[in-house]
Design a protein around this ligand. Sequence first.
Ligand SMILES: [Zn+2]
Length: 462
Amino acid sequence: MILYSGPGVLAGILFIFITAIQPSIYANVSLDYLLEIRPGIMHVRVIYAPVIADSTTFKYGNEFYGGMKDLLKSMINLTSSVKFKVDSVKSTITFYYPGNTPVKITYDIIDTHKPEQRVVGEMFRPIITDNYFFSLSHTLFLNPEIDEKLQDSMMMSVTLSKNPAFPMYFSFAPELKPGGTITLKLSEGMDALVTGASDLHIEKREMAGIKNYVVLRINEKNRDNLNRFMNYFDSFLPAMTDFWGNLNGSYYSLVASPFLDIDYHDISGTSFNGGFHVKYSGDAILANDAVVYTISHEIMHRYIGSGCVSMGEDNQWFDEGFTDYTTWYLLSQSGIMPSGKLKETVRDTYDKLSANPVNNTPNEEIMKHFWENHDYEKLPYNRGALFAAFIDKRITEQSNGSKTYRDFMRNLKAVAEQKKEPLTVADFIAVASGYMPKEEIETSVRQYILQGEMIPGQKIFN
Ligand SMILES: [Zn+2]
């Protein structure tokens, strides 16, 4: 449940409704944050209503992200109404309080990223300059190290102080205005992103019941970027919606901003609950085709891979490979890429997979070697994308063009939505056998996916 309150957001009858239920909501808020952004510094004040007696340990940051070394140096001026202990190795802070007395905590977040941390420093550490702020939730808020069930039931609230140094954007509360407050589940608030900039530019597109927010940095010098990006998004979003149909959820954030100190790396991205964040190099957003593919692939994960249509970690050939193929398919169909580009890309992928020295690795062996080198890493992407091309071709042939790849993928989505858990190889075969002979799809999955035999070119190309 998500509720907004504050000036400019609520009015009239809605406000009365909120006011009436507010006390019960606030009674459940365990962490009440006030954020005040100033040039170069984020002041944080939090009131913690203990959910366990006597003491609670909070984690700051998350070592599973890159560039987290010495992260506690980003948190300065820590004070509390009670005694506390800092463990800078574990990046935790423990507060000791009598019984369940509320605890007042204040701290400031500063920018301690270093250019020599390469890309991860700018992707994952807080960045705060005189005119820009960026932080993932885990480097802004304190995360209680408590029983998972208890944590799932916790609520937090976030208030943005009046007169922030520059406009701010919260992925968990896109409409939050200065002076406003949002109350939400802790789990929603802790897998999110907060950003702000003097040149923050937000575009909103509503489609299929979802509010899509595109958050960019646009100023006099780079005004071209706005047109370029929105032309792309306004073509790709309808193509995706048309292909996949409706999606659960209420909003989605796509945040893009330039790297500050990095010009040797084209693009990097991170996903979070209900959105995707991308950092690009230089002045031009979507500078080349590779960048357009990368961003589109990541947006496609709203639906497939990490989205609702997934076959889980053991089947990266589907989660990544089918994401790749569907991305190319829609980029061509929507006219963002020329129509011949799909065939060209499949051809390139075929050449790459043929030349991959480990291309005969069985599916179940891939993950064991995944981090060894790029050959293994690329394998499920390429193998899966070619298999999707094969399915596309066979559907057209078998149905004389009356059924399409889209019908098949929608069918998979319908099964996934009903199951509410990852699809199995058996589910995949069951759906595909509605479009081609069952024996053919069974044999093909076994040979070209599970056993890792190279798929023959004539099965893919006309
Ligand atoms: Zn992916």
